[in-house]
Ligand binder design. Sequence first.
Ligand SMILES: N[C@@H](CCC(=O)N[C@@H](CS)C(=O)NCC(=O)O)C(=O)O
Length: 283
Amino acid sequence: MSENVYLPPKIWTWDKASGGKFANINRPISGATHDTALPVGEHPFQLYSLATPNGVKVTIMFEELLALGIAEAEYDGWLINIQEGDQFGEGFVSINPNSKIPALLDRSGKEDIRVFESGSILIHLAEKFDAFLPTSGIARTETLNWLMWQMGSAPFLGGGFGHFYAYAPEKFEYPINRYAMEVKRQLDVLDKQLENNEFIAGDEYTIADMAIFPWYGILVKGKLYEAAEFLQVQEYEHVQRWAEQLSQRTGVQRGRVVNKTWGDNEYQLAERHSAADIDNAIS
Ligand SMILES: N[C@@H](CCC(=O)N[C@@H](CS)C(=O)NCC(=O)O)C(=O)O
């Protein structure tokens, strides 16, 4: 037992910063803190996002739709800087009361529709364009099974493992052990599924792949939390095969650049308003 044992008080109070990378944006209340409106561009879809794994799921989907030649899927990708608190502006909160990226405004119909939660956005776009989500039967259910698996599992990878391994102000053995165990279990689940299936939900590339790749594909590629050695990600050979296959897709490569303001200079693009913006960023 550690010497610095924390005894929780009777009632929790928000009286001190918790430390760690995201301490400045964490608060125990929801809602807007300032009245900034959102910019609106000319395309039918207005995306407000950032190239974190949750944001990239949606930009991959848009770029895959455009790669299929679906011009109606044109979008403006606006940057929401979560470190600066953009997600607490009144305009953003009005389309996502949960103040998290990604959030989408679909202006393609008679009435504007707000869509939040990356899984909901993927389903919305898949149904709208009849792509990347089988319309019936086992294939559809299996795609939704794995999409929901991702939505439920990734918080253990990001908010659990990633937070305590990479972002917490100190390293604590208990949470790192707990979440490393869970993340390795999740990788093993994926590895077994991908042993007998080309893609996550079977032999078709779907929104389940797009949701899972930015978290687990990037993790096994050694590009998340610098945890490749710690988690021995090379052991998951079927996940590795799938991650490499997806990395080669044009839609995936283009989607990963959008709303990215860190990393290699030539692969950054704060805002996306046309295909040419991405061409210039990756050329
Ligand atoms: N379940 C949500 C999670 C979204 C989420 O956690 N977004 C993070 C960035 S990856 C965020 O906006 N954080 C800002 C904050 O917590 O204030 C989804 O999949 O859309």
